[in-house]
Write a protein that binds this ligand. Structure first.
Ligand code: ARG
Length: 461
């Protein structure tokens, strides 16, 4: 039975009911709805609407319901009621009779749903913060193992300068670290409780909303009832956190797909996260990574859908807002699964040091060093750049790396070059010169790893 039958003489069309009902997806707010209802029961007790004995009965019945939900959360989805709020209220009435009908005094489903979804965002963010941390730990461990595994660094997907696999892993760890803090910030911004705003104008009972807010784990109450029931910023914001993090996941997936290709063969993905081809027996496809890359578009779409729904909605609550849930659930689930899968990809992934070293040595990635060497001998950089360009063309024609050209060959391009150039063209020298903070000097890389390890150890998740 609907909660609002009194004004109606005709039953709703079955098709409308199906179109309008949200229980099939908002059953996922059951825990938050019950906890919020417990808080409201205490609030209306404090203003004398229910007495202590009634409060105890309500709380016990709500606790029973909570235990049932924990046992089988999905059972509710097909109970045939309009939404999670109707479900909780009617189960409560089943358990405690008419007393259950008192709970909705001074409350509306508008502030109720605003509360539930905020609590859900807060609870789910905790789960996500944990998954981000796990991934950061895996990346830091990978970086520690491979802090000195030389590989080419790219710009424009052209081999540019040598880096190490550890430095690459820490680059992604930095991104996920920002994702972590971005989500922490989003959670702190949503830390205001809307309950007590009622339908739109505020509850007509003198409830202490600040106390109620603290009772429900918020640090403050919202300040404007109209805004409280129509605010969905927090949804957009955590979806934005998801989208940005998915960009990072997708870029990392793309790098690894390239590194895993036959052409690079820098890494070999484990059998745990790859699949075979039904036709070509030799293949091992990077499906986990491709799906991470693919699901990124889906999360962006969820966020764009939410923003489009909110755009131009008149104050305060409109039923359009019911569309806030499926996209949110989907984005957060997808983000969570992708973080988990990304961490799994690193387990058992082999890095082929011989291949990464060979690639770093090829591709003339020490050309900048030669230009710097010429600068050291008094040649202006722009001119040095031109000289090295010509030397590279020559070396390519001889099928040799720069460091294998003889001094006599170098003299075709500049007579300032002598034997002292060779040590500078070695990878070890290229790495060690980049010793300013954030560079690829090996002790800088180790330093970055240990700083991150320390941060992750102290993290409470
Ligand atoms: N199922 C609704 C939603 O998700 C709950 C709020 C209903 N409020 C109303 N005035 N019809 O938005």
């Amino acid at each position: 039975m609907a909660l609002w039958g009194g004004r109606f003489t005709e039953a709703a069309d079955e098709r409308f009911k199906r179109f309008n009902d949200s229980l099939v997806f908002d059953y996922r707010l059951a825990i938050q709805d019950i906890e919020g209802s417990m808080g409201w029961a205490r609030a209306i007790n404090s203003v004398g609407i229910i007495n202590a004995e009634e409060l105890e009965k309500l709380e016990n019945a709500l606790q029973e319901l909570l235990d049932e939900v924990h046992q089988d959360p999905e059972k509710i989805a097909h109970a045939g009621l309009e939404d999670i709020h109707s479900y909780v209220e009617s189960r409560l009435i089943e358990k405690v009779g008419d007393l259950g009908k008192k709970l909705h005094t001074g409350r509306s489903r508008n502030d109720q749903v605003a509360l539930d979804i905020k609590m859900w965002c807060r609870d789910q963010s905790k789960v996500l913060l944990k998954s981000i941390t796990e991934l950061e730990k895996v990346l830091t461990a990978t970086a520690k193992e491979h802090y000195d595994t030389v590989m080419p660094g790219y710009t424009h997907l052209q081999r540019a300068q040598p880096i190490t696999f550890g430095h690459w892993a820490m680059a992604y760890c930095e991104m996920f670290d920002r994702d972590y803090h971005r989500l922490v910030n989003a959670v702190s911004l949503m830390d205001a409780c809307p309950l007590g705003s009622a339908a739109l104008a505020g509850t007509a009972y003198p409830v202490d909303r600040d106390k109620l807010a603290r009772d429900l784990g918020f640090s403050r109450a919202t300040r404007n009832s109209l805004d409280s029931v129509s605010d969905r910023d927090h949804i957009v914001e955590i979806m934005n956190c998801a989208s940005i993090s998915m960009i990072h996941l997708s870029r990392m997936a793309e790098d690894l797909i390239i590194y895993n290709s036959g052409e690079s063969a820098f890494v070999e993905l484990s059998d745990k996260v790859t699949s075979g081809s039904s036709l070509m027996p030799q293949k091992k496809n990077p499906d986990a990574l491709e799906l991470i890359r693919g699901k990124t578009g889906r999360v962006f779409g969820d966020q764009m859908g939410m923003m489009t729904t909110l755009k131009a909605l008149p104050l305060a609550y409109d039923k359009d807002m019911q569309e806030d849930k499926e996209g949110l659930f989907d984005a957060m689930d997808t983000w969570h699964d992708c973080l988990e899968m990304a961490a799994l990809v690193f387990e058992g992934m082999k890095v082929r040091k011989d291949r990464t070293m060979q690639a770093a040595k090829g591709g003339y990635s020490n050309a900048t060093e030669l230009a710097d060497y010429l600068v050291g001998k008094g040649i202006p950089f722009r001119e040095a750049h031109g000289i090295v360009g010509k030397a590279v063309v020559y070396a390519i024609s001889q099928d040799k790396p720069l460091e294998e050209l003889t001094v006599a060959e170098f003299h075709k391009f500049s007579d300032v070059i002598s034997d002292d150039v060779y040590p500078l063209l070695q990878i070890e020298s290229i790495l060690s010169k980049r010793s300013a903070r954030g560079g690829v000097n090996l002790s800088r890389i180790s330093e970055a790893v240990s700083l991150m390890e320390k941060e992750l150890e102290t993290r409470e998740v």
